[in-house]
Write a protein that binds this ligand. Structure first.
Ligand code: F6P
Length: 318
């Protein structure tokens, strides 16, 4: 039976992580477990930045963006010697189970620790929604609301000037933010890793749009192309003048939406419940509105095929 739970956030932060930490802390205490915060993700675990948390430690955190535990990326955690040091630090505090909140890199780290004997349960927290085992990751909804708020504002000005707005959004390996927000704002075009990037097609769609619209919106995921160059091409080849806006890290900030707060809180409770049942090596996923625990390996390799369906809708609706 576990007695002491550690909690950490790792990888890119996401709105709702604080709500998940709060839920893990309070559920642990409710079940008479001691709970320890590990600062700055796996780096902090390696450096021994560990502190006991209490009910009060998580007061007034629920509504705040970011993660009060701090986060970091530590690719070196794939090295077993680094993980040995992390385990020694856990042993020093008598921590026998770990809840890790983050994306796929975080889950790979947790899986490796679990195989070395530390009971780990993951909670998917990333704005990218790129953990295939779960319908939603914590932070995705808030980030999308930030994106559509920005694009609605851009539309006011691009429509006044008869312009095309090109918006670069986050999601280096996944076009979920681009495609979902593309539908939500009625974008003329979305280009992501999944949809591909065809400059002639973009020019053709924008030309057509210019025949009956005062503006056009093109959403592109980061790392796909240089959006300033794309703006030049659209300005040259279509009747619209184009301007590019990179939304960047603003997408990761802000107070979490209701959806993210509820998802994070319920996933936090479930994570501790799974540990209490003796489960580990798994992550909490929302599948069809139900929370389930899925082994890390399975959740990471599952196929999520909703994106191209949504893309088809987007192509009809502009
Ligand atoms: O993983 C979330 C994410 O925001 C990605 O969308 C983006 O590519 C990346 O993190 C940016 O990372 P960093 O904060 O290290 O620049």
């Amino acid at each position: 039976m576990i007695k002491k739970v550690g909690i950490l956030t790792s990888g890119g932060d996401a709105p709702g992580m604080n709500a998940a930490i709060r839920a893990v802390v309070r559920t642990s205490i409710y079940n008479n477990l001691e709970v320890y915060g590990i600062y700055d993700g796996y780096r902090g675990l390696y450096e021994g930045k560990i502190e006991r948390l209490f009910r009060k430690s998580v007061s007034e955190r629920l509504m705040r963006g970011g993660t009060f535990l701090g986060t970091a990326r530590l690719p070196e955690f794939s090295n077993p010697e680094i993980r040995e040091v992390a385990i020694e630090n856990l042993n020093e505090y008598g921590i026998d189970a770990l809840v890790t909140i983050g994306g796929d890199g975080t889950f790979r780290g947790a899986l490796a620790l679990d195989k070395m004997g530390i009971k780990c349960v993951g909670i998917p927290g990333t704005i990218d929604n790129d953990i295939n085992g779960t319908d939603y990751t914590i932070g995705f909804d808030t980030a999308m609301n930030t994106v559509i708020d920005a694009i609605d504002k851009l539309r006011d000005t691009s429509s006044s000037h008869r312009r095309c707005s090109i918006i670069e959004v986050m999601g280096r390996n996944c076009g979920a933010i681009a495609i979902w927000t593309g539908i939500a704002v009625g974008a003329e075009y979305v280009a992501s890793k999944e949809t591909g990037f065809d400059i002639d097609d973009i020019v053709e769609v924008i030309r057509q749009a210019s025949r009956f619209k005062r503006h056009a919106v093109v959403i592109v995921t980061e790392n796909l192309t240089n959006v300033d160059e794309l703006a030049k091409i659209i300005t040259e080849k279509t009747p619209f003048e184009a301007r590019a806006t990179v939304l960047g890290h603003v997408q990761r900030g802000g107070s979490p939406t209701v959806r993210d707060r509820v998802l994070a809180s319920t996933m936090g409770v479930k994570a501790v419940e799974e540990l209490l049942k003796g489960n580990s090596g798994c992550c909490i996923c929302e599948v069809g509105n139900k929370l389930v625990a899925i082994p890390f390996e399975e959740a990471l390799k599952m196929e999520k095929d909703d994106l191209m369906d949504k893309y088809r809708a987007l192509k009809v609706l502009w």
